[in-house]
Ligand binder design. Structure first.
Ligand code: PEP
Ligand code: MN
Length: 272
């Protein structure tokens, strides 16, 4: 494989600086959390408040939703991004949201701290190149049927336009297994560490599709050396307009954070 812009440079692990002391990569383990989609002002504010109270400082919330059916909730669009930003500002959190259409990049720019490229758009080369022209960090999810090489080349598309502030996110791939929504490829973490200098985080929510698996998978993500996790949470998962089955409530999220901190301590001991 020929990687040019994102190839591993010894001792130069990429650290994504979001400002206000919030960084992804290096020695940080980042916890990104929030609802699958921004649904209304009250929902995103409740999420931001609860999560920031637990020490989470990056809030997620989809506004442009890539839904399987065109007849289900498609997200609030720009209005959703504005609500996300407002909730983030009120609770001292950075915010991340998916952009699907290059035409939305300019208008979205002021409302997000990280642009997210979703699994379905990892192969959208027009979007990758356009996002590469911006100076904002990009979280690039692995395509649901993408090989390692295809995924890294997608990152190269972004970097080749000048923006190498890229965070990779493993969110599972399609296999013959249907019990889980996807098959989460944790093996990719040490491989990415070997081949690139980019941070990689794990998405246990989309990676499994089942809330009861989020906690054990998050434990594994910390242990295998990921730079963080992105976990879907909702004030009332049963009533979520999307991905309620894989969303945690805030009490469950607290338990996950407790685990992360405990396992980090064990890992520190192992490394010393
Ligand atoms: C998401 O994170 O909101 C999402 C749609 O995930 P993915 O692109 O991994 O399916
Ligand atoms: Mn989702």
């Amino acid at each position: 494989m020929n990687f040019f812009l994102i190839k591993n440079k010894q001792n130069s692990k990429k650290i994504i600086d979001l400002g206000d002391g919030i960084k992804i990569g290096g020695n940080n383990f980042s916890i990104i959390s929030g609802p699958c989609a921004v649904e209304n002002e009250e929902q995103i504010e409740l999420a931001a408040k609860a999560l920031s109270g637990m020490g989470v400082n990056i809030l997620r919330g989809g506004a442009f939703k890539p839904r399987t059916s065109p007849y289900t909730f498609q997200g609030l669009g720009l209005e959703g991004l504005k609500l996300l930003k407002k909730a983030g500002q009120r609770n001292n959190m950075k915010v991340i949201s998916e952009i699907m259409d290059p035409r939305d990049l300019n208008t979205s720019y002021d409302y997000v701290d990280i642009f997210q490229i979703g699994s379905r758009n990892m192969h959208n080369y027009t979007l990758l190149k356009e996002i590469g022209k911006f100076d904002k960090p990009v979280l690039l999810k692995r395509g649901m049927a993408a090989t390692l090489e295809e995924w890294l080349m997608a990152a190269e598309y972004i970097a080749s336009e000048g923006n190498d502030n890229i965070i990779l996110c493993e969110r599972g791939i399609r296999t013959f297994e249907t019990y889980t929504r996807n098959t989460l490829d944790l093996t990719i973490v040490p491989i990415i560490k070997e081949l690139t200098n980019l941070p990689i985080i794990i998405d246990p929510s989309h990676g499994t599709g089942r809330k009861e698996l989020v906690r054990p998978v998050t434990r594994a993500a910390v242990a295998i050396g990921a730079d963080g996790v992105m976990i879907e949470t909702h004030p009332n998962p049963c009533e979520a307009l999307s991905d309620g089955n894989q969303s945690l409530d805030f009490d469950e999220m607290k338990e996950v954070i407790f685990d992360v901190e405990s396992i980090q301590k064990c890992i520190c001991k192992l490394n010393n």
